[in-house]
Design a protein around this ligand. Structure first.
Ligand code: CP
Length: 298
């Protein structure tokens, strides 16, 4: 495995190996981990905003002893009109071992792969509404910390699924691991066109009923035209998770959210902060998963 651009490129064995790697890196001495990527240079190139993914890739790389460069695109020559290709080739010429890229264009990695040296690892940190493979891995890692038998779990994904690379990658990874018990719910205009082995629920209660894992998603306003953005109060009434709707779920259910959260819109604030929310565990696991990905690819 040299690149991670789409979770669908991995098979069950490769996914399990990454989860085991994350576990073993968590247990190992930090001094030993710091030698793994010594003398490797990793460049983070984010053309869309990020807190969790960008910072966790940086922490992950540093925990493995790599040198990390976060390119400040606001002050880069892209602002003078330099193309993506020239930017990548310029950075590559300085001696780069891996690029971690977030970009608004779907499937941009098929093009990037043609430009860069095949020896340079390429990691997708999110492309448009297409893929977010390390998010899928950290979501699954978090679910495995609480649940056995992934195949049998009822997984509910609720919110703006149409614009969500998180939902896309999560459905893909669940399918690879043999779970086809995925239930989607959201406003009609925010449901995906392609169903990918999942069921569309007709109500919030139906989506949540007996659910083992609830994944709440924010409305991705940045990918919508202003007139299509739902009224937030109305949205919260019909699609928001609160302690009342949660009573329908399995008693030991867990709540995930990739972040950033819109408190009081898709999730009640107290629910986000307390059991059974595992939202901050997802963030912690993001560092481990990104360590595992970097260590494996490099
Ligand atoms: N989950 C996620 O991708 O968050 P950021 O946009 O903050 O990286």
């Amino acid at each position: 495995m040299k690149h991670l651009t789409d979770i669908k490129n991995l098979n069950k064995i490769q996914i399990e190996a990454l989860l085991i790697k994350a576990q073993s890196l968590n247990k190992a001495e930090s001094e030993i981990n710091r030698k793994i990527l010594k003398h490797k240079t990793i460049v983070n190139l984010f053309f869309e905003n990020s807190t969790r993914t960008l910072v966790s890739f940086e922490i992950a790389a540093k925990k493995l002893g790599a040198d990390v460069i976060n390119v400040n695109l606001e002050h880069s020559s892209t602002k003078k009109g330099e193309s993506l290709k020239d930017t990548l080739l310029t950075l590559q010429a300085m001696g780069v071992d891996a690029f971690v890229v977030r970009h608004p264009e779907n499937n941009i990695f098929a093009t990037i792969k043609k430009w860069i040296d095949p020896k340079v690892a390429l990691i997708n940190a999110g492309d448009g509404n297409n893929q977010h493979p390390t998010q899928a891995l950290l979501d699954i890692y978090t679910i495995f910390q609480h649940k056995n038998n992934i195949k049998d779990l009822k997984i509910s994904i609720i919110g703006d699924i149409k614009h969500s690379r998180v939902a896309n990658s999560l459905i893909d990874i669940l399918n690879i691991l043999g779970n086809h018990n995925i239930h989607l719910y959201g406003p009609k205009q925010l449901l995906p066109i392609e169903r990918k082995n999942s069921t569309i629920s007709q109500s919030m209660d139906q989506a949540i009923k007996d659910s083992d894992v609830i994944v709440m998603l924010r409305i991705q306003k940045e990918r919508m035209q202003a007139q299509n953005i739902p009224d937030l109060e109305n949205y919260n009434t019909n699609f928001g998770l609160n302690s009342k709707t949660l009573t329908q779920a399995a008693t030991d259910c867990i709540i995930l959210h990739p972040g950033p959260i819109n408190r009081g819109v898709e999730i009640q604030s107290e629910l986000a902060d307390n059991h059974p929310s595992v939202i901050l565990e997802q963030v912690t696991n993001g560092v481990l998963i990104r360590q595992a990905v970097l260590a494996t690819l490099l």
